[in-house]
Design a binder for this molecule. Sequence first.
Ligand SMILES: [Cu+2]
Length: 175
Amino acid sequence: MKTILFLIALSSHWAFAQCPISLNISGQSYCADFQWVYGESKRQGQLQPSDQMSPQLIRKGEAPIKWIYSKGQFQIWKATDTERRSVQIEGFKLFPHMHMKNGHHHGTSYDWGWDASLQAYVFKAMSLHEMPGCWSVRWTLGEETLEGSQLLFSIDSFKNLSETENNKIKKLCVE
Ligand SMILES: [Cu+2]
């Protein structure tokens, strides 16, 4: 019995590792993986690498010179492909979205593109500002609207916040 339970646990873990995020896009099943990487800062209008891991919340009133723009990599492959060969999907993109407590929703600046050397999409230059609401990452094949997109995940834990501060954010994300 123990062995069987162990095998079940192992296989579900394996399945998760094989398909960290499941997506159905235009009737096709895909697996995807999103990974945060080091953020960037701006020097004379140019993005430069920083030593701060994403995601980073930009504090209220913080001078733009100190802002850390969050960055991540996104890979997507056909669910049936055990070799996880990256594919590009026509019109597919991720975008940052803010759901505010007062019912207001809005986006922010970002950059989305394909990196041929990484064989992955790069999602960067995201300025995630501190405000009473929940930041999330959504995906779409077209418009960056709530109706025209789907939730990929909520950003409910920032690398530059304390545990107490992150717990406040988590509450904003479940409300
Ligand atoms: Cu807002």
